[in-house]
Design a protein around this ligand. Structure first.
Ligand SMILES: Cc1ncc(COP(=O)(O)O)c(C=O)c1O
Length: 445
């Protein structure tokens, strides 16, 4: 085989071609790139030096605002002290410190934390934890999982198998078997309802129907995002999560809350489980755990789950054959510890709770715009859904995301819905600025 040198100009510093960007229209983006070269507090700066407000706190993870020196310094100090320790049959102190701090923050039955590197890995870990738990109890016949239409649980094969968003799964037909879907909870009877909608608790009975169709004793676990985030903020109808809990209890099914977005104050409480007073058996988390500074995820398990799995293993044997090279990486743990300290010292969850009414009222001020089809929101998280272009769902959303950027605001869109979720350091003036950018962008449509 002849080895032909690649033309050097393809690798010029400013070439955008080498990076195959995730969840991005690569060709479109590279024709007119939107680059962020600096970030601080509520703001980003683009390649032209223009200042933009960050309306989605990155991807809902930069809850304490950008550029937190405390986190950067903690990571730097940790890297000089101990950059890496193999996490299997060996350990380093920061992972214990972070898990203890997390356990303190988590609701009562959650006293055990398994570290991952992302939300997607947390989902895979939770799937395996559920399987290991039932196997340890002699119930390996529980081969089924239940998920929900419009769900987003990340992009690994576990998460894609549980996914309820068509574009995230139609290209990838080979997924886990034995996954059944409940209906999503969006209902036009609930249009423009702030907080938890009145209608739809009965949709939780889809789980009961699956129990009647497949046998409740064949179902291992149900995955739900307490508030479905990536599909555009679907707040659970009143009574819905309570009903899911009830059915799970009746049939010995584990309830798993995917709190990758809702965890760490987004609801004005540490976790959505606290907000809705419904306790799951497993909680997945990631994103705001490190304020977005270093990749990290985690899965919290109750005493019951942890003790059942560890108790079933032979003496001195590994109990859970699962883990990542970077589980509990020292840099991520240092970032997590510094982040949780900021949340505590600055009372950021309480601040999110206190700002929620102002935030939601500001979002609802957009209701008069003819292009707005629905508004949804709770805590510091809202969905602004616009009418799609006839026959072309998602196209308007893509265009609007770009226009908003050039109008001075970054917001994540999924399809035709913007997901607004500012940092908890936001002042009222920042929220006004975000809403003003929306009004300017949407007003003539
Ligand atoms: C609810 C939920 N689960 C899982 C994930 C996947 O997280 P990651 O992108 O860190 O893998 C996300 C990401 O947005 C999410 O919103």
């Amino acid at each position: 085989m002849n080895i032909v040198a690649k033309p050097l100009e393809r690798f010029a510093t400013n070439s955008l071609e080498s990076h195959w960007m995730p969840f991005t229209a690569n060709k479109d983006f590279k024709a007119a790139p939107r680059l962020v070269t600096k970030s601080e507090g509520m703001y980003l700066w683009n390649q032209n030096g223009d200042k933009l407000i960050d309306g989605s706190s990155g991807l809902f993870n930069v809850a304490a605002g950008h550029g937190r020196r405390e986190i950067a310094e903690a990571v730097y100090a940790q890297m000089l002290q101990n950059d890496y320790t193999a996490p299997f049959q060996l350990a380093q102190p920061t992972s214990f410190a972070l898990s203890a701090k997390l356990a303190k923050l988590l609701p009562e039955p959650f006293n055990h934390v398994f570290f991952t590197n992302s939300g997607s890995e947390s989902i895979d870990t939770a799937l395996k934890m559920a399987m290991a738990y039932h196997r340890a109890r002699g119930e390996s016949q529980r081969i089924r999982f239940v998920s929900r239409e419009r769900a987003y649980h990340g992009v690994n094969i576990g998460g894609v198998s549980l996914a309820g968003m068509v574009r995230n799964r139609e290209t990838f037909p080979v997924v886990m078997p034995n996954i059944v879907m409940m209906r999503h909870t969006w209902d036009d009877k609930n249009l423009f309802q702030k907080g938890q909608p009145e209608h739809g608790a009965e949709l939780a009975n889809d789980l009961q129907r699956h129990c009647e169709t497949y046998g409740g004793s064949t179902i291992a676990a149900v995955f739900v995002e307490p508030v479905a985030g990536s599909t555009g903020t679907l707040v659970p109808p009143k009574g819905y999560l309570e009903r899911l809990r009830q059915i799970c209890d009746q049939h010995g099914i584990l309830l798993i809350f995917d709190e990758v977005i809702t965890g760490f104050g987004r609801m004005g409480t540490p976790f959505a489980a606290d907000k809705f007073s419904v306790m799951p058996d497993i909680i997945t988390m990631a994103k705001a755990l490190t304020n977005g500074a270093i990749p990290m995820g985690a899965v919290a398990a109750t005493d019951k789950i942890y003790e059942t799995i560890t108790g079933a293993a032979p003496e001195n044997a590994i109990e859970f054959f699962h883990g990542y090279t970077y589980s509990g990486h020292p840099a991520a743990c240092a970032a997590g510890l510094a982040t949780l300290q900021i949340y505590e010292d600055e009372g950021l969850f309480e601040r999110a709770a206190a700002m929620s009414d102002y935030f939601l009222d500001a979002i609802w001020s957009l209701k008069d715009l003819p292009i707005v089809r629905d508004l949804r929101g709770i805590g510091m998280m809202a969905g602004i859904e616009v009418f799609p272009i006839e026959g072309k769902p998602g196209i308007r959303g893509n265009e609007l995301q770009k226009q908003l950027f050039w109008n001075g605001c970054h917001v994540k869109w999924t399809g035709d819905t913007a997901i607004v979720a500012p940092s908890f350091v936001a002042e009222k003036s920042h929220i006004d600025e975000i809403v003003d950018a929306f009004r300017r962008t949407l007003k003539d449509l």
